[in-house]
Design a protein around this ligand. Structure first.
Ligand code: PMP
Length: 437
């Protein structure tokens, strides 16, 4: 188990995976883990789902790959239709890709190409939040507001204006409304400095994942951002890579507020861990304009191949048949109740936040002053290590920009049951006791 030829951060230090079923995953030594974070907030249907496996096997038996300039595939057509229907008419067109970063890049490029095609090539800047995470390729990284990831590349990434993300935990103003208003005013001011006519789009995660530990934006903020976009004639890109596909108790997180985007990026839960498949969705008018003026200058070899689309189609159908979006809302509320109880018991919990089955727990050294743990304590990793020792997988991060905070995400598969949540809460409770003990 040396992993010497592998070039990942933790190669050689991790257990070897053996197999998985439902919410459980085993290593080769026979140790069982409860997957309370769906891998990387990805395995929305749990592991080893019979209907997805059957659909994949069936497609694999017919044709796994056909190239999209040579053939259309019915599964791609059906999947696109399903996705459009799930937006209830807000977005009309789907462009398949293979990862979240590619979905974000595609949205950025479609937005830019749209403006070039209507004679507004002076629009050269994106606006995004700090902290945020939008992906690791250079375009998506340009939007990302996450210092350690940005640092080596700041000289070679695109011009993106970073504005603060509203912080519903440590804001200084008297009320939340005042705080949101001040963040929006700061955003306005940053845009005014460049000139609104130079902005292509504002890109936002409606519910932050690793970047903010499940910080959910609110209606006042989303309406404010939509108004800013409309006023400057720029587009609103919502990064639903992590929050989309039912995780928050709606198919897409933006549906909690009804503030409509121009483009969205989807990934993670779309292939649910069974196949890397992702999508960018956009309004008809943008796509028509780009297609009429030479076509979209973008694409990836594996994008929208039949096996990818058959997998995602099976995922969407299973999510509907098993009513998993409603389950995410119901079990998410139950999980939240349990986490709130743990917060009463463990002083290291500063805030529990999130929505549906996208819950985050932020840890603080002092709850009254909301003082973060010293960075060198690596509390987020320590809690994750203790939990893993007890057979519980959670997703650790530290928000290094803006408001700091060690946090973990607790984001079980959308199939999770009440009994499984009880087990997650029991193990998390014990892990937090291990920390103080
Ligand atoms: N956007 C968000 C909000 C994400 O959480 C992620 C992945 N963590 C990405 C984009 C990038 O997705 P991928 O890793 O599939 O490229």
């Amino acid at each position: 188990m040396t992993g010497n030829a592998l070039f990942y951060q933790a190669s050689g230090q991790l257990p070897l995976v053996s197999h998985a079923d439902g919410i459980y995953i085993w290593d080769v030594d026979g140790k069982r883990y409860i997957d309370a974070c769906s891998g990387a907030i990805t395995c929305n249907l749990g592991h080893n789902h019979p209907a997805v496996k059957a659909a994949m096997a069936e497609q694999l038996g017919r044709v796994a790959f056909s190239y999209r300039t040579q053939f259309e595939s019915q599964v791609a057509i059906d999947l696109a239709e399903e996705l459009v229907e799930l937006t209830q008419g807000d977005l009309d067109k789907v462009f398949f890709v293979g990862s979240g970063s590619e979905a974000v890049e595609s949205a950025m490029k479609l937005a830019r190409q749209y403006f070039v095609s209507i004679g507004q090539s002076q629009r050269t800047h994106f606006v995004s939040l700090r902290p945020s995470y939008h992906g690791s390729t250079l375009g998506a990284l340009s939007l990302t507001g996450y210092q350690p990831l940005e640092a080596p590349f700041t000289d070679i990434t695109l011009g993106s204006i970073k504005v603060p993300s509203p912080d519903f935990y440590r804001y200084q103003e008297n009320t939340l409304e005042e705080h949101v208003a001040s963040v929006l005013a700061e955003t306005d001011a940053a845009i005014a400095e460049v000139g609104g006519e130079h902005i292509i789009a504002i890109a936002i995660e409606p519910v932050g994942g690793a970047s903010t530990g499940a910080r959910m934006l609110n209606r006042q903020y989303m309406e404010g951002i939509r108004e800013i976009c409309d006023r400057h004639g720029c587009l609103l890109i919502l990064d639903e890579v992590l929050s989309g596909m039912g995780r928050t108790g709606e198919w897409f997180a933006y549906q909690h507020w009804g503030v409509k985007p121009d483009l969205i990026a989807l990934a993670k839960g779309m292939g649910a861990g069974y196949y890397p498949v992702a999508a960018m969705m956009a309004r008809q008018e943008l796509v028509d304009q780009v297609l009429e003026t030479g076509g979209f200058m973008h694409g990836h070899t594996y994008a929208g191949n039949p096996l990818a689309c058959a997998t995602a189609l099976a995922v969407v159908r299973a999510t509907k048949e098993q009513e998993l979006v409603a389950n995410a809302a119901r079990q998410g509320a139950y999980l939240r109740e349990g986490l709130d109880k743990l917060a009463e018991k463990h002083a290291c919990i500063g805030q529990v936040r999130g929505v549906g089955l996208l819950q985050g727990v932020e840890f603080v050294a002092d709850r009254d002053s909301k003082t973060p743990y010293p960075a060198e304590d690596n509390i987020f990793n320590e809690i994750t290590r203790l939990a893993k020792a007890r057979g519980l997988l959670v997703y650790p991060r530290r928000t290094l920009d803006g408001v700091r905070g060690d946090h973990v995400l607790i984001t079980p598969p959308l199939t999770v049951t009440r009994e499984e949540i009880d087990e997650i809460l029991r193990l998390f409770d014990q892990s937090l006791a291990d920390l103080s003990g």
